[in-house]
Design a protein around this ligand. Structure first.
Ligand SMILES: Cc1cc2nc3c(=O)[nH]c(=O)nc-3n(C[C@H](O)[C@H](O)[C@H](O)COP(=O)(O)OP(=O)(O)OC[C@H]3O[C@@H](n4cnc5c(N)ncnc54)[C@H](O)[C@@H]3O)c2cc1C
Length: 281
């Protein structure tokens, strides 16, 4: 299938993008890498007629440090992150996540912002960024606002963005030298979307202890009980003990809809357990 009738608009700055979008009163879509949007347009799952190309807007292509955080523009591609072309203060976490997304051709075009706004629960960046404790920087015509990733995605392919809002980028804490992370993705074939993702970022100096499960519901799932306990276990280096096992089960029962005896429950349980062991190694 092919997309319906379209009008393509190329913009060179944020103001033009925002103004143009507003002028189309809900019938416009931004396009960045087009790697999710174009397939959806071809399947006629997206029917907007006005396409606003923001891929070359300079504000979206920046990455820089601000004190103890660093910023990645929404238009930065997966392969730029994979190739170490941007500032990265996560001890290799971002690079590792990026190289596991789809195939190189998709990584060359697909952007971190497009992935977050697309809000596919099986995609990598939504889960990976939630585990990092990142914040989304969102712009409308009048002001800019910061939204913690925990409040950014509302559900399946739904975010807190209003119709013409632009995600300018993400603000990420600079991890300290004693931070540890683990990122595991289970898929049947390399380059596929995941059936389960386990993301862990622990940084005792910054008070970060985040364990997040992806591809297990309509949005990434933060596991609160295990996350809280794990920071202590990490310091004590006790391994995956019975207490952690029970907390994980409790979190999965409370925050997923899977039956305890189901394949999915056991898959997610194994993934988180393996990720925990990875951090403790
Ligand atoms: C075969 C295939 C395999 C894939 N495998 C994976 C995978 O394993 N893991 C994974 O995570 N992803 C995967 N993807 C998705 C890929 O990572 C996309 O690049 C990404 O989801 C979307 O980024 P994009 O820049 O192409 O966004 P686009 O397709 O251009 O846009 C996606 C959505 O975001 C909106 N948007 C884009 N940028 C902004 C912005 N700055 N502000 C506001 N709205 C914006 C658009 O309007 C649109 O609604 C796969 C895609 C394909 C085709």
């Amino acid at each position: 299938m092919k997309a319906g009738k379209l009008y393509y608009h190329f913009v060179e700055n944020m103001n033009d993008a925002l103004a143009l979008n507003l002028s189309f009163a809900g019938n416009a879509k931004y396009i960045a890498g087009g790697q999710s949007l174009v397939p959806m347009m071809n399947l006629r799952l997206v029917l907007n007629e006005e396409l606003i190309d923001i891929s070359q807007v300079p504000d979206l292509l920046k990455s820089y440090s601000i004190d103890d955080e660093f910023f990645i523009g929404a238009g930065i591609t997966h392969s730029q992150i994979e190739d170490g072309k941007i500032e990265d203060h996560t001890q290799g976490y971002l690079q590792y996540v990026a190289q596991g997304i789809a195939y190189r051709a998709i990584r060359n075009k697909g952007t971190i912002g497009g992935s977050l706004v697309n809000a596919d629960p099986s995609a990598d960046w939504p889960t990976a960024m939630l585990a990092l404790g990142a914040k989304a920087i969102i712009m409308n015509q009048h002001h800019e606002r910061q939204v913690p990733l925990a409040n950014f995605q509302n559900g399946l392919m739904q975010t807190c963005l209003e119709e013409s809002d632009i995600l300018r980028g993400v603000l990420i804490p600079k991890l300290s030298s004693n931070a540890r992370w683990s990122y595991l993705k289970f898929c049947h074939k390399v380059g596929e979307f995941a059936h389960s993702i386990a993301a862990i970022v622990i940084d005792p100096s910054l008070g970060i202890s985040n364990i997040v499960l992806g591809a297990a519901g309509d949005k990434p799932i933060f596991l609160p009980n295990l996350s809280a306990k794990f920071s202590k276990a990490f310091i004590g280096n006790e391994g995956f003990n019975n207490e952690l096992k029970e907390l994980l089960e409790e979190d999965l029962i409370q925050h997923t809809t899977h039956d305890k005896l189901s394949y999915e429950f056991n898959l997610h349980q194994s993934m988180i357990k393996r990720a925990v062991m990875g951090v403790l190694q």
